[in-house]
Design a protein around this ligand. Structure first.
Ligand SMILES: Nc1ncnc2c1ncn2[C@@H]1O[C@H](COP(=O)(O)OP(=O)(O)OP(=O)(O)O)[C@@H](O)[C@H]1O
Ligand SMILES: [Mg+2]
Length: 258
């Protein structure tokens, strides 16, 4: 059950600019700027995420979503501004990035400190419905299975913050729906905060408490999704939120419907 919900969150500072962590936030970003070759892709960005909150991040291709995610994951420290994130965090990318020469269960434990037991991997694999694939080689997994193995690898870290960069992007429609459902269930069971980067507006409204739109290096727009769970995509308020977000993204919904 919800093992992590009440655990106190320890935060770490990625940079040293003075800013006190707000206890009500699991992520606090202030004045974040990241430039490549003199061009600011992220430009004085602010962001707060509450413990246990599910946040979806939308934005046109190249607007800096993955750059922001990598910074939050601690994979890119060449930044200005303040970034406070929990020490316990995990990231899963669009491509599952499994090591082909290690069996699935060993991939799940890869990079964990100490000498974790196989049972730790097995428990996470069970959570994602992959109990019987523990001894498989990554190349024998289907796309959806590989993605679930990647999720299991994130879960064994018992994250307070789970960072997902288009984790369902490469999946077929049916597998994608199942994977979305799984992430929703894992989030509710684990109680960790989630930041999900996606191009799929419907997916964002289906899963998130709050949807952000990134543009011009900042969070240009955000909206709370105050719909009961599980979400009903036939609810007119669902369609309204979806249409509003598509408009923000510059998608012509009339043309889309045609
Ligand atoms: N290491 C790098 N060196 C130079 N430019 C980079 C680097 N990483 C990212 N960029 C540039 O920063 C911009 C934002 O890239 P990013 O990958 O964050 O976009 P994104 O919003 O995730 O896009 P997509 O939706 O296509 O995945 C792009 O113009 C990209 O070319
Ligand atoms: Mg990206």
């Amino acid at each position: 059950m919800a093992t992590d919900v009440h655990r106190p969150v320890t935060t770490e500072k990625v940079t040293t600019a003075p800013a006190a962590p707000a206890p009500s936030s699991v992520v606090r970003v202030e004045g974040l700027t990241r430039s490549f070759d003199g061009r600011a892709v992220i430009d004085n960005l602010q962001l707060d995420v509450k413990p246990g909150e599910f946040v979806a991040l939308l934005g046109r291709s190249g607007c800096g979503k993955s750059t922001l995610l990598r910074i939050l994951a601690g994979l890119d420290r060449d930044i200005q501004g303040t970034v406070l994130v929990p020490r316990r965090k995990a990231v899963a990318f669009q491509a599952p990035r499994l090591m082909p020469w290690k069996k699935v269960w060993r991939n799940v434990l890869l990079g964990l400190p100490g000498k974790p037991e196989r049972a730790v991997a097995e428990q996470a694999l069970t959570e994602v419905g992959l109990t019987d694939r523990a001894d498989a080689w990554p190349k024998t997994l289907s796309g959806g299975e590989a993605q679930r193995a990647s999720l299991a690898r994130a879960l064994v870290r018992e994250p307070d913050l789970l960072l997902l960069d288009e984790p369902f992007g490469a999946l077929d429609a049916l597998t994608r729906i199942k994977a979305q459902r799984l992430v929703g269930e894992l989030w509710q069971r684990r109680g960790c905060a989630v930041l999900l980067v996606t191009h799929d507006v419907e997916e964002a409204v289906l899963l998130a408490d709050r949807v952000l739109v990134m543009d011009d290096g900042v969070i240009a727009y955000e909206t709370e999704v105050e719909l009961d769970r599980p979400r009903d995509i036939t609810d007119p308020r669902f369609a309204e939120l979806r249409a509003g977000l598509l408009e923000r993204l510059g998608v012509d919904t009339a043309a889309e419907a045609a």
